[in-house]
Design a protein around this ligand. Sequence first.
Ligand SMILES: Cc1cc2nc3c(=O)[nH]c(=O)nc-3n(C[C@H](O)[C@H](O)[C@H](O)COP(=O)(O)OP(=O)(O)OC[C@H]3O[C@@H](n4cnc5c(N)ncnc54)[C@H](O)[C@@H]3O)c2cc1C
Length: 413
Amino acid sequence: MGTQYVIVGGSAAGMAAAHTIRKKDSKGLITVLSNEKSAPYFRPMIPYIINGKKEVSQIRLSGNGIFTSKDIDVRTNVQVKSVDTANKTVKTASDETLPYDKILFATGSRPYMPETITGLEAPGVFSLKTVDDAVAMAERSRNTDHVVMLGGGILNLKAAFALLEKKIKVTLVVYSPEVLSQLMDPEDAFLVRKALDNAGLTIMTGCSATDVVTDVNGVCAVTLNNGKELPCQMICVGKGVIPNTDFIQGGDIKIDKGIFADKYTACSVKDTFTAGDVAVTYDPGSGGKTVTALWTNAVEMGICAGLNMAGIKTQYTGTFGIMNATQVADEPFVSMGVVHTKDKDVETYIETSGKTYRKIVFNKEGTRLIGALFIGDITKAGMYRYVIREKKPIDKFKSHLINHTLHYGHFMR
Ligand SMILES: Cc1cc2nc3c(=O)[nH]c(=O)nc-3n(C[C@H](O)[C@H](O)[C@H](O)COP(=O)(O)OP(=O)(O)OC[C@H]3O[C@@H](n4cnc5c(N)ncnc54)[C@H](O)[C@@H]3O)c2cc1C
């Protein structure tokens, strides 16, 4: 019998690993266990389910058929409850025991629901993570005039825009002084903010929710810490995510804000691997530890894990934050590497026009590019990503980085 591969989680990282293993090992048995009801799908597209632009069937990764034809056994609605690394088995919620030779943990993350807000279990409170969440939000929004979004991150903005497109009033409540605070400094955000205002989003900064108020239909208002009460029929919580590691009990697999991955995507126990949003890996920009929250990173890491599981030792080049947010407003932007520069000892160049904003960040010696933020015009962002990620010497083209005149020829000299 061939090697028995078990993959926990059937999304970006898990499916990328499964396909990679199959390319390298035609005989192995590959089983993907997913606790979602739906067959694997492209998660970044779920906002289009809310605004009705896509059907669930249109955002499937490739349909169950292709997995079957590649002999990848994708089992949906299966919750992995525990892992026994000594006996190399996993136990499911229905008490089935499955053996493995090699296992991948690609369980991603779930929304964080702050305990400081009471009533978040009420009907009408959502957090956009799964296709089922999106379907439920679409359903509830049919009888909704006003939605309050708690949190100003990218996922909430995407959900907010999907709802605005349905002509529903949306208010964003943000504790930080500005939206997208994880992707840029407040003073960088003025063009994004303008686009959000133009799109009709109401934004309240510097405040947070304390209580969800309900009536017979579920949510009917939310109260804020400034004493205001906002009547609404729906709430969407976007306050960050928690890695799904609960099924790993005991101390042999190292957990550190996620599952620890070495440079070869391996966990701390032989024949166990991890990839995607649940994995703690390193950021080539900062050199520090990081958890990814991006589809592209999850796929890259999943491919790398698949190679390592199939016996082809491959080093993972690191998780690198890059986000193209074209979908949230008419304002495209890319934020990568170190972009929060306030009070930091770095060399920063900012150039802005009425329509575009560029921030280029070098280390304090000015010898290495460590971050870049583009708003309005994101051309060439890929080249900047390459320079940061590969830690390219920049002495020959630094002025081109600053002036945005960089081209591929500069890498060949
Ligand atoms: C609304 C939304 C919009 C997004 N937009 C973008 C975007 O524009 N660009 C971008 O790069 N990224 C985007 N992302 C982020 C991107 O979707 C994630 O980074 C990516 O899905 C991570 O993939 P993953 O495979 O690591 O984990 P996930 O996609 O989180 O999948 C993990 C899977 O494992 C399952 N699972 C968890 N625990 C268990 C268990 N015990 N047993 C069985 N199964 C389990 C989960 O239910 C889930 O199906 C978006 C995310 C959301 C929610």
